[in-house]
Design a protein around this ligand. Sequence first.
Ligand code: NDP
Length: 447
Amino acid sequence: MTQATDYIAQVAADLAKRDPNQPEFQEAVSNFLGTITPVFEKHPEYIKANVLGRLTEPERAISFQVPWQDDEGNLRINRGFRVQFNSAIGPYKGGLRFHPSVNLSIIKFLGFEQIFKNSLTGLPIGGGKGGSDFTSKGKSDAEIMRFCQSFMIELQRHIGLDIDVPAGDIGVGGREIGYLYGMYKRLRGAERGILTGKGLSFGGSLARTEATGYGLLYYTQAMLKENDKDITGKRIVISGAGNVAIYATEKAEQMGAKVLTVSDSNGYVYDENGIDVAVLKDVKEVRRARLTEYAKAVPSAQYHEGSVWDADLKYDIALPCATQNEINGDQAAKFKAAGVFAIAEGANMPSNPEAIASYKANGILYGPAKAANAGGVAVSALEMGQDSRRMADSFDTVDGQLKEIMENLFANSVAAAKEYGVAGDYLAGSNIAGFVKVADAMTAQGW
Ligand code: NDP
């Protein structure tokens, strides 16, 4: 045991004792700690500053009550969260998730990942995340608005232009951001930069809606290029049918690949002709309907219940864009035989630890979430810049910046992996590149 391995083992043991009932948070930290030893071998000063102890405890974790009235007049109560994880390199930045599964463990795992993701973008933003166990599914627009208004009545006291700037995530799209911003404005005035993912008529950025999905494909293309491969003509399986999945599908098809599937929490559609993104947008964005409606609208599509990762398909590239731990070790073990040579994560932590081990064992190129899906937060930071300049950049300008950011962050991860003796390991490279910048900022600022 070296001083570095001792230290990392101690941090892991302390965390297991302190947060034993937070499995997603433990998983995210453990994935990270498993790759970071070379940095501590080289930088014992980070041990002295107990950087990991400070990074595994949020600077602030807020939990609050969200009362709202449904259309029948009943008073309903949900739980709201905002975890302000680390502000070493800038104001806290990270999305809000509205989903029944949301709890402190999930928000902390997302906030922890966000620290390094935001650092990797090269932009001055710290890490945070928030949300609620509320779901918009099955609610009227008026109910969603009342919920968002009540959520913001509490959240507004914790956020600020140079303090914390939330955005969307699962269950929080343009509609919810609009209602949240409307309430913020009534309470505190028109500070456009307070939220990102806003509508284009009130301070939103062109290409923010597309950013995570497009960025995922720019990252995938860079990873393939590094390995002398190309995306044109490749067969791709995508999971999810939300914001990330839709725009990943669109960009993949623009790049000349064929997307065979999209999915939701009930099942998936498979279309050998390639997913028709115009129909997908109509079903999910306009009609807010289920994927069964896509299958009704497209004769060549088949709808199947269950996970797309259990489907028996031949393909080249996997792009999980739904949710955490959607791919387990058994499902990942089938990738090689299916023909998969690369996976890049649009969702946060979609691969469980056994799945990640399987990619490594089978030589599958692996682009981890904190790098591959950083395009969303990157364009959110560009939106903050546009808001403070009171200017709106063109789609092509923002899309060009996004592409450059994704290519740079991939290159930086490759370089960090090489520098620390783990060449070709993009998970370790992303963790290291993201971490070193934050650790330097933390040690420079003292405690
Ligand atoms: P959306 O709410 O737009 O869509 C989520 C999609 O995933 C839906 O199709 C949903 O299906 C499916 N899904 C959600 N939970 C589950 C589940 N438990 N099992 C199976 N399917 C599920 O969210 P986004 O597209 O914005 O987010 C998707 C992922 O991408 C998340 O992990 C998010 O954290 C990540 N991400 C998003 C960013 C963004 O900019 N939006 C940025 C970076 C990462 P159903 O309708 O049935 O619930």
